[in-house]
Design a protein around this ligand. Structure first.
Ligand code: F0G
Length: 370
């Protein structure tokens, strides 16, 4: 009798066998990627991230529009960079490379450091001193990168690492590395695999503009293979103080609360402009206030904690509300996890926080309003 109950319990609680572990994006999308049987796959099982319907945003927009978030902050190091890094590091390993380098506003450095270690390589990261969110810096340090903080912005750091990688035997893993975009394009595949069709709009933050170019490549590959019948309009968003792609010229001193996209001279600008033209999309800027409003809304209406740069996709969508056609399906890319930037979270929320309360039941109850 007892045995039978235990057997029933274990059968009931054992995971449904049809849910196998996600294998990581290289294995999942191998035939779409420039890998072969001898490519060592360096993976932390990135990709396969959720597409969540944002009902509160649907309500703001109305018009029977369905808005989803591609929550890429749930990747292993907390950002979409893992998609590109599994490819870049696997290919670097295949080519016999022993060290990698990148410039970063934080997320690339976290991903490069983690994947380099997984592949037994050294990693060097150049960051703008004082402008990298705490969580990202902590990651690079814990993953054992050699961190070099320069007295200059991201654009300057990128210039330096590009030159270093030409001069020394070290592989550059910024988004000028074509394998990065190959990995990142898989997010577009996942969206179509889930929705059964491409969305009408893809809303995405832009910094160096690698990700928007990668998504466009992914959408086009599925479209050409007959796996979707349409292509989305690519809607790119930048922060107002850091919007070179919106104003059409380099910004010397970019400035925004969204430090991830604090970039004045995007290295993929030509590619991004082609994406805009081909997709009949649009680039728009959003203010830091609009970013923070969307950031809070995602947190306290949807239970989604993303970093400020990521919230610019939702802020932008809300800004363009009147231009959205009825019955559209829209995907906003949430590129990074909110835990990356705890300082921003603590300064920008509408929560109730009372401190210094006596450890006494009655006092606590009183503070709860009872
Ligand atoms: N969102 C987040 C959270 C990012 O970290 C970045 C870029 C972007 C959006 C923009 O993507 O550059 O492909 O247009 N972060 C880079 C970094 C620059 O160093 O981590 P992009």
């Amino acid at each position: 009798m007892v045995k039978k109950i235990i057997k029933n319990l274990t059968t009931t609680f054992r995971v449904n066998k049809s849910y196998k572990q996600w294998p990581g994006l290289i294995k999942a999308y191998k035939k779409w990627l420039p890998v072969n049987d001898s490519t060592p796959i360096i993976t932390l099982q990135e990709g396969g991230t959720p597409l969540l319907e944002l009902k509160s945003i649907n309500e703001i927009i109305g018009k029977n529009v369905k808005v989803y978030a591609k929550y890429d902050g749930l990747n292993p190091t907390g950002s979409f960079k893992d998609r590109g890094m599994t490819m870049a590091i696997s290919k670097a390993k295949e080519e016999g490379c022993e060290a990698v380098i990148c410039a970063s506003t934080g997320n690339t450095s976290a991903a490069a450091a983690a994947y380099a270690k997984k592949g037994h390589m050294r990693s060097y990261v150049l960051i703008p001193d004082g402008y990298v969110a705490q969580g990202k810096l902590a990651q690079a340090l814990v993953y054992g990168a050699e961190v070099l903080a320069i007295k200059g912005n991201f654009d300057k750091a990128l210039e330096i690492v590009q030159a270093l990688s030409e001069k020394y035997p070290i592989t550059l893993v910024n988004s000028v590395n074509p394998y990065r975009l190959e990995g990142q394009k898989t997010a577009a595949f996942e969206i179509i695999d889930y929705l059964g069709e491409a969305p009408d709009w893809l809303c995405i933050p832009m910094g160096n503009a690698g990700n928007i170019s990668a998504y466009w490549m992914g959408f086009n590959q599925y479209f050409k293979a007959g796996l979707s019948k349409k292509l989305p309009k690519m809607m790119g968003f930048q922060a107002e103080g850091s919007a070179p792609l919106v104003i059409g010229k380099t910004v010397k001193n970019p400035d925004t609360i969204a430090t991830a996209i604090r970039i004045g001279n995007p290295v993929n600008k030509e590619k991004a402009n082609i994406v805009k033209e081909e997709s009949k999309g649009k680039f728009t800027s959003v203010t830091d206030n609009e970013i923070i409003n969307a950031y809070k809304l995602l947190g306290n209406k949807e239970g989604i904690f993303c970093e400020p740069a990521s919230a610019s996709s939702v802020a932008g969508l809300i800004k363009l509300k009147n231009e959205i056609p009825n019955n559209s399906v829209i995907v906003c890319v949430l590129t990074g996890n909110g835990l990356k930037d705890p300082d921003c979270a603590i300064k920008n929320n509408d929560a109730v926080f009372k401190s210094g309360i006596d450890p006494d039941l009655n006092k606590v109850a009183e503070n709860m309003g009872f």
